[in-house]
Design a protein around this ligand. Sequence first.
Ligand SMILES: Nc1ncnc2c1ncn2[C@@H]1O[C@H](COP(=O)(O)OP(=O)(O)OP(=O)(O)O)[C@@H](O)[C@H]1O
Ligand SMILES: [Mg+2]
Length: 274
Amino acid sequence: MTTDSFVCERLTKSFAHGPDAAPAVDDVSFTLGTGRSFGIVGESGAGKSTLLKCLVGLLPADGGRVTYEGQDVGRMSRQEMRAYRRRVQLVLQDPYTSLPVNATVAQALEEPLAIHRLGSSQDRRARILRALESVSLAQRTLDRGIRTLSGGQRQRVAIARALVLDPQTLLLDEPVSALDVSVRAQVLNVLIDLQEERGLGYVVVSHDLNVIKILADEVAVMLKGRFVEQGSATQVLYSPRHEYSQLLVSVAPSVERSLENRAQRERPAVAGTV
Ligand SMILES: Nc1ncnc2c1ncn2[C@@H]1O[C@H](COP(=O)(O)OP(=O)(O)OP(=O)(O)O)[C@@H](O)[C@H]1O
Ligand SMILES: [Mg+2]
């Protein structure tokens, strides 16, 4: 029998209190099956990042319960929490603030291994090189300062920093938003391969419905702290039921649709030249 990775039940988180204060995360429930991907879409300020931070315990939830592989995250011992923090990695939305800016890439990738006291120096080197390769960064990048990297390179270092710990589940907050189209495709392929090879599970937040379409099995649409719709990716993205999901889908630039439009626009011009 396979255990679910995450079971999140009625999670609530407020930053402000008082009669007019709306919770940032409001009564959210979902299940992430082992090796599956759960996508979250929604407008800016909907509570997506707050939800991910509550899942890893970076922010304390006000109510509800999160279990990981059957264990209540709120009741873990220090030792269990340590293991949990290795198995579940959050890749933050903004690699500018999440990475140690004064470090080199090598130092940034070694830091989590040192914190978790993992591996000999040889083993650490092997893990670092493997993680770097996973995100298609050259070995020579190791000596570069984080400060000198492009946004896309930083984002890939942030993903590699999560991968060095050999996690089981990645929580990815806008994982490819800072990447140009070709690198974006590369990183998405890396994520798909990792899932196939290592059975990784993902909770992925993205504004880009095409990213969600590529990565997610299940999708939730978040609005003002709540999941207003939740279902299989096919159902939510192709037959959305809630009017807010319908709006999101209708305004999303669809790759297929834009290619179709372009083909239609180009056809008369081609005909005209004959
Ligand atoms: N540390 C904090 N203190 C106070 N309010 C916060 C804090 N973090 C988030 N919020 C508020 O909680 C709400 C949800 O924010 P959150 O960052 O989770 O949104 P989001 O869906 O990730 O948005 P985006 O797509 O822009 O990243 C917002 O109203 C935000 O201002
Ligand atoms: Mg966010």
